[in-house]
Design a protein around this ligand. Sequence first.
Ligand SMILES: [Zn+2]
Length: 324
Amino acid sequence: MIPPTDPRDIHCISVPTPYLVGPVNCYLLDGPSPVLVDCGPATEAAESALRAGLAAHGVRPSDIDTIVLTHHHADHAGGLGWLRRESAALVVGHPFNDLWLRGNSDDLNRQSEFYAWLYRYCDSPVPPASHLLERATDAAAETGYSTLDRPLVEGDSVELGTGLWQVFETPGHAGTSISLVRSDGVALVGDTLLQRISSNAFAEPPYPGETKRHRSLLAYRRSLNRLAALDVSLVLPGHGPSFSDHAPLIARRLRNQEERSQRLLAGIDEGHVTVLALTYLLFPGLAENQLFLGLSEVIGHLDILEEAGVARHGGEAPARYVRS
Ligand SMILES: [Zn+2]
C-alpha cells in the first residue's frame, strides 16, 4: 500500500517525550499566521526538538499565532509554559483543559480526592496523598497558565493555517479531546485514534454537568463511532505515522474492546469480583507504575458490561461486581 502523503501546508515535528508512548507529533500549519497543534512535554529535549523543527520551516516561537491543544495531557500541553513566555500565541482547545492546566488549588484537590476514592473503589492500596496531587499537578505545574484564550466546542468552525476546520468533541482518551477535520478530509485527532497503539481511556473525575465518575471508555466508544462516520481522507495522529482508512481500524479497535469485556465477564464468573482482582487477571505481573492504566482499562470495560446489562456492582469501597 502506498503510504498517504501529508498535505504540503502541514508539517509534522516529532518531539521526544519521557513517556512510554515515545515521541509526540506536533503539527505546524503554514499560512499567514503560523499555527502549532500541540506543543510537546516540558522537558529540555522536547523544547530543543520543537525549536529546531520550527526553525527548519523558518518559524520562530514568537511567530506562532495560535496553539491548538488536542487535549490536556502533559506530552501534548507541557510545552505551553516556555512557549507562552516567548510568544503572544492564543491558546485554543476544549474549555475543560482549564480544569487540568490552570493550576487552581480547588481543582487539584478535587482531582486528588477523586483519585483516592477511585483506588478505594477498585480495592487497590491508595497511594500517598502527595503522589495523588502529583498526578493532578503533572501538566498544571508545567504550564501554569490561567485560561484558554478561545474555547473550541462541538459544532465550531475555526480558521487555522490555510483552511477551515470543523471541531468535534471526541472525549474518551481524555475528556478534553477534540478532533479537527478540514474540508479536504484531513483530520487532526490527537490521541483519539493511533495506528499502531490502541489508546487508553483514562479514568477521570466528573466533568461539569456530570454527577458521577466520567465513563471514559463508554465516551471513547461513542467518539470512535462518530469518527468512523466522518468523511476523513487522512488522519494526523498525536503519535506515530499518519494514515488513511480510519473506519476499518476503528471497527477493529471496537471489536478488540468487546472481546476484552467478554474476558472480564468470564473473570467475574470465576470469582474475580473487584476491579483490582480483574486488573491482575487481565494483566498478570502488571508493574506498579502501570497500575493506574490497568485499573482505568478494567473500570472502562466494567462500564461497558453494566451498560449492556450483563453485570452490575454493589458497594463503592470497594465495588464488587456480579453478573446480572
Ligand atoms: Zn494523551
